[in-house]
Design a protein around this ligand. Sequence first.
Ligand code: MLT
Length: 412
Amino acid sequence: MAYLNDNYLKLRAGYLFPEIARRVASFCDTNPDAAKRLIRCGIGDVTEPLPEAAIAAMHKAVDELAHRETFRGYGPEQGYDFLRKAIAQNDYRDRGIEVADDEIFVSDGSKCDCGNILDIFGHENEIAVMDPVYPVYVDTNVMAGHTGPANELGAFEGLVYLPCTPANGFVPEIPSQRVDIIYLCYPNNPTGATATREQLTKWVEYARQNEAIILYDAAYEAYISDPALPHSIFEIPGARDCAIEFRSFSKNGGFTGVRCAFTVVPKTLTARALNGESRPLHPLWSRRMSTKFNGVSYPVQRAAEALYTQEGSTQVRALIEYYMGNARILREACMEIGLEVYGGVNAPYIWVATPPGIGSWDMFDMMLEEANIVITPGSGFGGAGEGYFRISAFNSRANAEEAARRIRAMDL
Ligand code: MLT
């Protein structure tokens, strides 16, 4: 009999969002009337149609594929030059950040990239994650065999958990011990917190002093409205020597179903080989892409490119303002009933403390049963998430308004 990867057996029963979906489906089966009024504020999935600029570009690209003269087969595994250039120019160079076109690697999602990046790292690394944490960072390390088993609170042996609480503004303190890889995510999923330039500077300094690497997930950067906040880790001097950045078109262009994202791996970034030599990671990631990936489809890359046109960026801005309008409505409703509320200002997630004595999953059940609203229990993001729940602002305006009305009517 063949052997399986035992590391998978260490994982908690289900990935958080499928587990929520399972519980919601079971509630709907037994409560068909309540099911009809269900409002989903759980998973951060977009609801609004794609920007017209993206649709037009996709149509045009599909038409090109319909003709022998303009047909395309396999594209470059790292992404078409037109998109790599549009990204590097618009998201970085136009903002005064040094990033070359070929430091951009186009992919089908940040979730995939955050997991796949482990392919180019050794098993010897000490790994730090924030707590609460986007579960993908943890689970992919478990799958790769970088941890021992989980304890009764779900924390995995071998990972360094960096608590993120109201006291530190949900930005972890620099650890007292040495770590080699640190996952940071700002604007943060799930807390909706942001990190200042000063806070990121401390992390970059720590990483450089300890020859560590920061895996910086900036999937929600487009939601930053405060001009003082950094959008990219590469705004911090020295970050090119110690960071990889993940970005996505899912939450700005509404591409969760279309699939397109990118990862920035600076050519100056190095890590140690087992023989002690310091080697660049850029060629390893490029090699990984060409071996295990065949690129994002041509129409999708053209659609992503169109988000950078004047028309496209105006439409993206309107989408973001729409969702942030929802965030404001939901945030205010929670505040009005006396809940302690975080996030939802420069991020589409609202992080809410549960009333005293009510656990995260109890709150999930109460919201589902009493208000027919799906939220995400904070404990699903780690031990430090217990006592909180997350509300996603990705919804129609009508649903956000109705959810706010039901929240106000709750007896908490
Ligand atoms: C979430 O709800 O946390 C997001 O949808 C996760 C993701 O983008 O994968």
